[in-house]
Design a protein around this ligand. Structure first.
Ligand code: GTQ
Length: 350
């Protein structure tokens, strides 16, 4: 390859240059000039570590609340754009993230799309998301899914603004050119089952008799924070603590044990005061949202401080170490199940 870039004679160099120009006119290019950037020895993310400060984001969201209605916007969302991927609505090269606000009395109309979405409720009470015929009341810390092609609408019949983090696999869907979108004929979808039906049917370590999954996604749409917080607390007390992750759990599809949706995995983790995690990296670039606590994370060669509801991103194969300044809970999501399904995922401890 060095031969290709340093020809032996000026005649050869000129001949090559003339050849490459002719190739170019035929929509052809020499692999040997592209090989090193095309097939890299290890992941080379084009996006960077970054953090979005929640108090600043909240103020901007509230401003948006005075400038556009949820109905007019369809979704009133501030998209978290990776500083190195501006203008293409990506927080990593495979994931989208945004902060959504719904004001008291508002409705975000029902629609469905090929892209799968998750929500992490950040603040406010009294709003709901309806998914596939069932309404879910949102509480801070709750993890909610809206799988691919399920109708979903949001409403806030309460009296407080409600804000949540959206995570979607839009860049994956668009990479495959498989995007579809459809509006529901009415503003809100028909309610077919009472609230709590899915939780009772699938969320109690029980399943309907001889249940066979009819989709690749979890039939359970909400994973309440009250339950996961209690589990984190109990597992912390019972130990042991994982040196790289503290107490870290993955949300699952109760019918399969797999991830709640085929493209995105989500995690919750407890980092006790005084703990410092050992260096870790994996190929799934990961979006974190601080549920509780303050601290900082060393991401590559940067130290990023974080507080409640801040969102930060750890790029693929970038070493991370978390250092909480008090007992902290981090929610995170990544495209790990998609990578695993394709045999690509790797991790390294140390
Ligand atoms: O709530 O349905 O942040 O469709 C982006 C696209 C949220 C949603 C987003 C969406 C939604």
């Amino acid at each position: 390859m060095s031969h290709a870039t340093s020809p032996e004679t000026p005649e050869l160099e000129a001949a090559r240059r003339e050849f490459y120009e002719r190739l170019d006119r035929h929509d052809v290019a020499p692999l040997w000039a592209a090989m090193a950037r095309l097939v890299t020895a290890e992941p080379r993310p084009e996006y960077v570590p970054a953090c979005w400060n929640y108090p600043r984001m909240r103020a901007l969201l509230m401003e948006a609340g005075g400038l556009i209605t949820a109905r007019e916007a369809e979704r009133r969302v501030l998209v978290l754009e990776n500083p190195n991927l501006r203008g293409i609505s990506q927080i990593t090269q495979s994931l989208y993230a945004g902060l959504q606000l719904i004001m008291p009395g508002e409705i975000a109309p029902s629609h469905r799309h090929a892209a799968a979405a998750l929500r992490l409720v950040i603040e406010g009470h009294g709003a709901y998301t309806a998914v596939d015929g069932e309404r879910i009341t949102m509480h801070p810390g709750d993890f909610i899914i809206t799988p691919s092609w399920t109708f979903h609408d949001h409403g806030n019949p309460g009296d407080e603004p409600v804000i949540w983090l959206d995570g979607l696999d839009v860049p994956i869907v668009n990479m495959f050119t498989t995007s579809f979108f459809e509006s529901y004929p009415q503003e809100t979808q028909a309610i077919e089952r009472p609230e709590g039906d899915a939780q009772a049917r699938y969320g109690a370590a029980l399943l309907p008799l001889e249940y066979t999954p009819s989709s690749l996604s979890s039939p359970l749409f909400v994973y309440p924070y009250s339950r996961s917080r209690e589990v984190l607390d109990r597992l912390y007390r019972n130990g042991p603590l994982d040196a790289h992750h503290g107490v870290k759990l993955q949300y699952t599809n109760p019918a399969t044990g797999g991830s709640p949706m085929p493209t995105i995995a989500a995690y919750t983790q407890f980092l006790p005061s005084g703990f410092k995690s050992e260096p870790y990296r994996s190929t799934d670039g990961t979006v974190y949202c601080v549920v509780e606590g303050h601290g900082s994370s060393r991401i590559g060669d940067q130290t990023i401080p974080w507080g409640p509801h801040d969102v930060f991103v750890v790029p693929s194969w970038c070493q991370v170490q978390h250092e909480p300044a008090e007992d902290s809970v981090l929610f995170s999501f990544s495209d790990r199940p998609a990578q695993k399904a394709l045999g690509l995922w790797r991790e390294s401890r140390g």
